[in-house]
Design a protein around this ligand. Structure first.
Ligand code: PGA
Length: 251
């Protein structure tokens, strides 16, 4: 059985008081939910405060990015070891906004995934096609390239701590969700690629999340798909009630 993951990507939102208000509002709404792995990913500067606030709750902490070196003369970067020090158990790697605005490539994503796994973090590894790529019918090629590039050199054992997030770029922040069938098709393809690389024991255990305009009113349909194991939620994770409604979609 794959335990579902619902992760909230707060992006560049929430100062410390705002973050604490959100997480303190969220905790009582999800306290009894042990069916779902619940993750929130605030900005670096509030990680330690949020860590304190979630102590004793079922909510886990993720960062939104990291660097691949452990330490050194790399001004402005944060290493996986430092994320662990701040209380993170998870890290998002390769989000399309990082690929689009910050020059992230499959090669840098791969280095970051390896470094994060070495530090003991669970990686939420994001892939997804742009609208132009979908319209040019390149979706499957793009997904395969991103998957193979990001996972290069990893062992099947290491994949136990990797969660894939399929996020079609055209669905992120646009209110335009992929249909259940579009998402299922992509997820099933991704599981097949992982199976081809690592065997079906690994691909059957792999959790694959959908991301892109997930809301309380579309989560059930997405989660009913056989290859969708959770969601990476942006906008709707910035509000305690809507994120809790997504987390508690089975209730
Ligand atoms: P969205 O963002 O839910 O606001 O579309 C998802 C994401 O970027 O992870």
């Amino acid at each position: 059985m794959r335990k579902p993951v619902i992760a909230g990507n707060w992006k560049l939102y929430k100062t410390t008081p705002e973050a604490l208000e959100l997480v303190n509002g969220l905790k009582p709404l999800v306290v009894n939910n042990s069916r779902v792995e619940i993750v929130v990913a605030p900005v670096f500067t509030v990680l330690a405060s949020v860590k304190q606030a979630i102590a004793g709750s079922p909510v886990s902490l993720a960062a939104q990015n990291c660097y691949w070196e452990e330490e050194g003369a790399f001004t402005g970067e944060v290493s996986p070891k430092m994320l662990v020090d701040a209380g993170c158990t998870h890290v998002i790697i390769g989000h399309s906004e990082r690929r689009q605005y910050f020059g992230e490539t499959d090669a840098t994503v791969n280095k970051k995934i390896k470094a994060s796994l070495n530090a003991g973090l669970t990686v939420l590894f994001c892939i997804g096609e742009t609208l132009a790529e979908r319209e040019a019918e390149q979706t499957l090629d793009v997904l395969k390239t991103q998957l193979c590039g990001g996972l290069e050199g990893l062992s099947g054992e290491q994949l136990a701590k990797v969660v894939i997030a399929y996020e079609p770029v055209w669905a992120i922040g646009t209110g335009k969700t992929a249909t259940n069938d579009q998402a299922q098709d992509a997820h099933s393809f991704i599981r097949g690629v992982v199976g081809g690389l690592y065997g079906t024991a690994v691909s059957d255990a792999m959790r694959i999340l959908y991301g892109g305009s997930v809301k309380p009113d579309n989560i059930k349909g997405l989660m009913a798909q056989p290859d969708i194991d959770g969601a990476l939620v942006g906008g709707a994770s910035l509000n305690a009630e809507s994120f809790a409604a997504i987390v508690n979609h089975q209730a």
